[in-house]
Design a binder for this molecule. Structure first.
Ligand code: SAM
Length: 308
C-alpha cells in the first residue's frame, strides 16, 4: 500500500505524523483524558506496553515538559516509567525499561524508580500479536490486563487510576467483575479515534481500593477466593458471582462531531487552511520490530542454494 493511500484511509494516522506523535494511539489516550482528566495532578505514572511510545509522548508533553517549563527540578519533576518487550527510542522525561510486564523482575524494576512512593496512574495499551483466532486473541489480551492489574497491586496508590486496552469479547463480563474488586468505578470507553469496526475499547478504572490483607501481586489468590465465594453463594459484594450481570457504563469519548476513524478523507482534509497534501514520514520507525527477524530469515531462505 502506498503512503498516500494509508494517509487517505486513516486520518488519525496522518494527523499523528503531522502533530509529531509516534503512533495514532496517542489520540486514544488524549480523548480518554479529555473525558476523565486522568492525567490531572499525576506525578508518578507507569506506561505498560509502551512502544513505540506515543502514550509516553503524551505523558512527556502533558506532565514532564510543563514541569520543566515551570522551572521544576530533581524530585519535583514527574517520574514517568515506560515498559515494553521492545526497545523504544528515548523520550524526554521517560524512564524506559525493556521487559515483560508479566515478570516479577520487571515489576521490581518499576518499583525501584519510585523510591518507596506509589504511582498515581497505571496505563496499559498492551496487545499481543493478533493470530486471528478470536478466542485465543481475547484470552491472551485478558492475560495482559491481569498482568497490568498485578502491577497495579504493587505500584498504585489508593485512590489512583488504571486504564487498559480491552477486547470486548463475549467473556468481557468476567474482566469487569475482576476490575470491580479493586475499583468502585469502572467504565468501558471507546475513543473516537478507535475504529468502530474494531472490538478494541478501554477500561477506565478509578479510585483504587486495595483489598484488605492482600499481599501485592497475589492477584490469583484473591480472584480464586472470590470465585470460591461465588460458588458457595456468598454475597455479591464478596464475590465475582453473577458475572453475566456485571454491567459497566459504556461511553464514547473524543469530539463526537470530529473525525471518524472508519472513514476515508480527502488528503488535504487534516491540513489547516487546506494546504496541498505532502506525505510525511513516520515520526519514529520501530528500533527492533519482531518482523525484522522474520524478513532476515526469509531472505536467508531465498538466498540459500536449492537442495536437489
Ligand atoms: N501505547 C503504545 C503507543 O502509544 O505507542 C502502543 C502499544 S502497542 C499497541 C502494544 C505493545 O504491547 C507492543 O509494543 C508490544 O511489544 C507490547 N507488549 C505485548 N506484550 C507485552 C508484554 N508481555 N510485556 C511488555 N510489553 C508487551
Amino acid at each position: 500500500m502506498g503512503k498516500a493511500s494509508k494517509d487517505k484511509r486513516d486520518i488519525y494516522y496522518r494527523k499523528a505524523k503531522e502533530e509529531g506523535w509516534r503512533a495514532r494511539s496517542a489520540f486514544k489516550l488524549l480523548q480518554i483524558d479529555e473525558e476523565f482528566n486522568i492525567l490531572q495532578g499525576c506525578h508518578r505514572v507507569v506506561d505498560l506496553c509502551a512502544a513505540p511510545g506515543s502514550w509516553s509522548q503524551v505523558l512527556s508533553r502533558h506532565l514532564y515538559l510543563p514541569a520543566v517549563a515551570a522551572g521544576k527540578t530533581g524530585d519535583e519533576l514527574p517520574k514517568l516509567v515506560a515498559v515494553d518487550l521492545q526497545p523504544m527510542a528515548p523520550l524526554e522525561g521517560i524512564i524506559e525499561i525493556q521487559g515483560d510486564i508479566t515478570s516479577t523482575s520487571t515489576v521490581e524494576e518499576v518499583i525501584s524508580h519510585f523510591n518507596g512512593h506509589l504511582a498515581d496512574l497505571v496505563i496499559s495499551d498492551g496487545a499481543p500479536d493478533v493470530t486471528g483466532l478470536h478466542d485465543m486473541d481475547e484470552f491472551v489480551q485478558s492475560q495482559l490486563i491481569l498482568a497490568g492489574l498485578t502491577v497495579v497491586t504493587h505500584v498504585l496508590r489508593p485512590g489512583g487510576s488504571f486504564v487498559a486496552k480491552i477486547f470486548r469479547g463475549k467473556d468481557i463480563g468476567l474482566l469487569y467483575a475482576q476490575c470491580k474488586i479493586f475499583f468502585p468505578e469502572v467504565h468501558c470507553v471507546k475513543p473516537k479515534s478507535s475504529r468502530n469496526s474494531s472490538i478494541e475499547a478501554f477500561i477506565v478504572c478509578q479510585h483504587y481500593t486495595p483489598v484488605e490483607g492482600m499481599h501485592p501481586g497475589a492477584l490469583n489468590q484473591v480472584l480464586d477466593q472470590r470465585h470460591a465465594d461465588a460458588s458457595s453463594g456468598a454475597s455479591p459484594e464478596q464475590s465475582v458471582g453473577g458475572i453475566e450481570e456485571i454491567l459497566v457504563p459504556f461511553l464514547a469519548c473524543g469530539d463526537l462531531s470530529g473525525y471518524d476513524a472508519d472513514q476515508s478523507y480527502p488528503l488535504e482534509a487534516s491540513q489547516e487552511g487546506a494546504k496541498p497534501y505532502v506525505p510525511l514520514e513516520p515520526v519514529q520507525a520501530p528500533i527492533a520490530p519482531p518482523y525484522k527477524t522474520a524478513i532476515a530469515l526469509e531472505r536467508k531462505l531465498h538466498s540459500a542454494p536449492q537442495a536437489r
